[in-house]
Design a protein around this ligand. Structure first.
Ligand SMILES: C[S@@+](CC[C@H](N)C(=O)[O-])C[C@H]1O[C@@H](n2cnc3c(N)ncnc32)[C@H](O)[C@@H]1O
Length: 388
């Protein structure tokens, strides 16, 4: 007699006593069908259904192999593979020499890159960048983000434990010095250098996204709160030559920002202030104030403190612009929300909110005329604006 297979998980007793709506009953029926090997064998025999089934199987495999695929990316970035391919096709022999990896092993990496859509093998042993590879090679910020994931992945090595415990000693929590308890003067220079450089380098796509969506041509003075090294201000200044620049960040970051803006020839157009945005006085001479990748870093109570302080400090009529990755129905927004959900869990602070949630915080803090503005790329950012 054939052995009966035991289900992986016994069916739980339902906790819902009310009759289920039709859509849920259909979902449960569908799940039973999909979980049945016999049904999947049937699907594999019907060409149209087979295409759907294979697509779902490939999606599931993408998740299952996700760690390996991101290690392919990490190896490529660390070795300098994508830069080595900028501008011209290159042979395996040349790459092996330049990257100091034996040819047969390098081929493993190169073939994986082809399968993942990063490279093309133009002819045997001749390699050229594919679209995603070309973006990686041209954007320092993406490379920097991928490199800093090494810390995140160590924090996520036991994700179930991370979910169960409130860990305060993660690498990300040490890296983002401002999410820990700060002394009166905030973190020291050495504690902010790493994240400030990462933020500067990864600002290009964010700034492009904001500047493509929000029109600063009517703005005289822009204050970027938590403005880091001033990379967003520099991008805005480049598009709007008449714009006066103000930046507010922790004292150690403000010093870096002043140096950076000076080095770009923007010193005369900018005033940089150091302080704590939850409690210190903010410059009040701006007609527009931006919060770029700020609120998402903080828990709800801190978001309320930040917004209350900003509300107190600004003159009535000032425009507030919040720009960050937000949860939403678009595929990019959903990807961002899944990514940042775990990221902020490891960091021990913050969460990826929807535009509606951000709008509720702004309204509760007293801001008026709150609006959500979609950007060309919801993976990078959605904007919420309001008036003080
Ligand atoms: C995620 S970074 C974003 C930087 C920049 N807006 C960008 O998008 O590149 C958060 C910034 O907020 C600053 N920050 C954090 N806590 C702060 C506080 N209490 N007061 C002032 N700035 C703070 C950090 O120093 C850092 O520059």
């Amino acid at each position: 007699m054939p052995a009966r297979s035991t289900p992986l998980h016994p069916a739980p007793l339902s906790v819902v006593t009310a009759p289920l709506p039709l859509s849920l009953r259909i979902r449960l029926w569908r799940n039973r069908m999909v979980a049945s090997p016999g049904f999947r064998r049937l699907v594999a025999r019907v060409p149209l259904l087979r295409a759907v089934g294979n697509r779902k199987a490939n999606d599931l495999f993408r998740l299952t192999g996700g760690f390996i695929f991101s290690q392919v990316l990490l190896a490529g970035v660390r070795l300098g593979l994508y830069e080595a391919l900028v501008g011209a096709p290159v042979t395996t022999g040349f790459l092996a020499n330049r990257l100091a990896v034996p040819e047969p092993r390098l081929r493993i990496l190169l073939r994986a890159n082809v399968s993942l859509g990063l490279l093309i093998e133009a002819s045997p042993d001749l390699w050229v960048l594919d679209d995603m590879g070309a973006v990686l090679a041209s954007d320092r910020g993406l490379g920097a983000m991928i490199l800093h994931h090494a810390m995140l992945y160590r924090d996520l090595i036991d994700p179930d434990q991370l979910l169960r415990t409130y860990r305060t000693d993660t690498e990300l929590r040490r890296y983002w010095a401002y999410v820990r308890e700060m002394g009166q003067d905030g973190p020291k220079a050495a504690e902010v250098d790493g994240y400030s450089l990462l933020m500067r380098e990864s600002q290009t796509m964010m700034a492009d996204c904001i500047l493509a969506t929000f029109d600063f041509s009517g703005t005289r003075t822009l204050l970027d709160i938590g403005g880091g090294d001033g990379a967003f201000l520099a991008a805005a200044a480049d598009r709007h030559p008449g714009l006066a620049l103000r930046l507010f960040d922790l004292p150690a970051v403000a010093e870096r920002a002043a140096r950076h803006l000076d080095s770009l020839g923007l010193g005369a157009r900018s005033h940089v202030h150091g302080g704590d945005f939850t409690r210190d006085l903010l410059p009040d001479d701006a007609d527009c104030v931006s919060l770029v990748r700020i609120l998402c870093d903080h828990d709800d109570s801190r978001v309320e403190a930040i917004l209350a302080n900003i509300y107190r400090g600004l003159r009535p009529g000032t425009t507030l612009l919040v720009a960050e990755a937000m949860d939403g129905p678009a595929e990019g927004a959903r990807l961002s929300a899944a990514y940042f959900g775990l990221y902020f869990l490891a960091m021990g602070s913050g969460r990826c909110r929807s535009a509606q949630e951000i709008a509720r915080f702004l309204t509760k803090s007293g801001f008026q005329d709150v609006r959500t503005i979609a950007t060309p790329n919801p993976l990078i950012a959605t904007l919420v604006t309001a008036s003080r």
